[in-house]
Design a protein around this ligand. Structure first.
Ligand SMILES: [Fe+2]
Ligand SMILES: [Fe+2]
Length: 291
């Protein structure tokens, strides 16, 4: 990688100008973490964005959360689902909205956006299933796991929008050398979509259980904090690439991941169960990425 001084200056400028977290999401994060937070306060923040409120209500009533009775107001949504679910829901929705490509399916885009978000949602869904199945003693919040999984590759979308020439260079390098995107970014650019995620979210004050998986999901051993959340995302990323019904890929992935799953208190059998639950769970979660 031989960048000219101008090219490097361009990149530094780009990094300094990466988008900040939408105001509603950052306010909500502050409120939820304060000991005096109330359902009224949380609902009041969300209600400032009409389309976000409508989406939160639709999701709150969706099969994904499985609430048996209907939820008609934001206040009720906060009381019934709890602060944590509302917080991760709003974070997922606002970040997704920041990077949704409104052009006709990303005409001229470096990669297929629909495919990208389907993979992201699948990783979120699998992360949530993994978190649910863990031993109680190793408890991890399933909603945070979902949010981290949904956003795990966000660095790629940032590259596509802000560092497009680099992303294209890395993708070409990956296909010429039969490498994964992550390896190609390392070799061809000297930085990866995980570095970009850390530059992006550095000032967002996300909980480390959400931020660390975005930064370390390809190298879980590098995580110094929230290692379990990172491992969940790492395993989910691999499992989510298995096509429904591909038995050979399923067996191979389960064998490969057995040791890592054990670190989370999960067995091979748990992984197989989770893979089988993916299609139905994807159906229930689909509203997250519908425009
Ligand atoms: Fe990735
Ligand atoms: Fe991924």
């Amino acid at each position: 990688m031989n960048y000219t001084i101008e090219e490097l200056q361009d990149r530094i400028k780009t990094i300094a100008n990466l988008p900040t977290l939408p105001d509603i999401a950052s306010r909500l994060m502050r409120i939820v973490n304060s000991p005096t937070a109330s359902a009224d306060m949380v609902a009041a923040v969300v209600s400032q964005d009409v389309s976000l409120s409508a989406k939160v209500l639709r999701l709150a009533n969706s099969a994904f959360y499985g609430v048996p009775r209907s939820i008609n107001t934001l206040n009720n949504a906060v009381i019934i689902l709890g602060f944590k679910i509302i917080q991760t829901m709003v974070l997922s929705l606002t970040v997704f909205d920041m990077f949704i490509d409104n052009s006709e399916n990303g005409k001229g885009a470096a990669f297929d956006r629909d495919e990208f978000w389907r993979h992201s949602l699948r990783c979120g869904v699998v992360s949530r299933l993994l978190a649910h199945k863990r031993k109680r003693s190793l408890a991890i919040d399933p909603e945070e796991a979902f949010c981290a999984g949904l956003l795990h590759d966000i660095g790629k979308v940032v590259m596509e929008q802000y560092l497009n020439t680099d992303l294209r260079r890395a993708l070409r390098y990956a296909s010429d050398n039969n490498l994964s995107c992550f390896e190609a970014e390392k070799e061809a650019l000297g930085y990866t979509h995980c570095d970009v995620a850390s530059w992006l979210t550095g000032s967002w004050s996300l909980p480390s259980e959400i931020e660390q998986p975005l930064v370390c999901h390809h190298e879980p051993d590098e995580a110094t904090i929230s290692a379990d959340s990172v491992m969940i995302c790492h395993i989910a990323d691999i499992l989510s690439k298995i096509k429904d019904g591909d038995e050979a890929a399923k067996t191979e992935a389960v064998e490969k991941l057995e040791g890592k799953a054990k670190l989370l208190g999960l067995t091979k059998h748990n992984l197989i169960e989770i893979i089988e639950e993916i299609p139905a769970e994807m159906e229930r979660a689909s509203m997250f990425i519908s425009r």
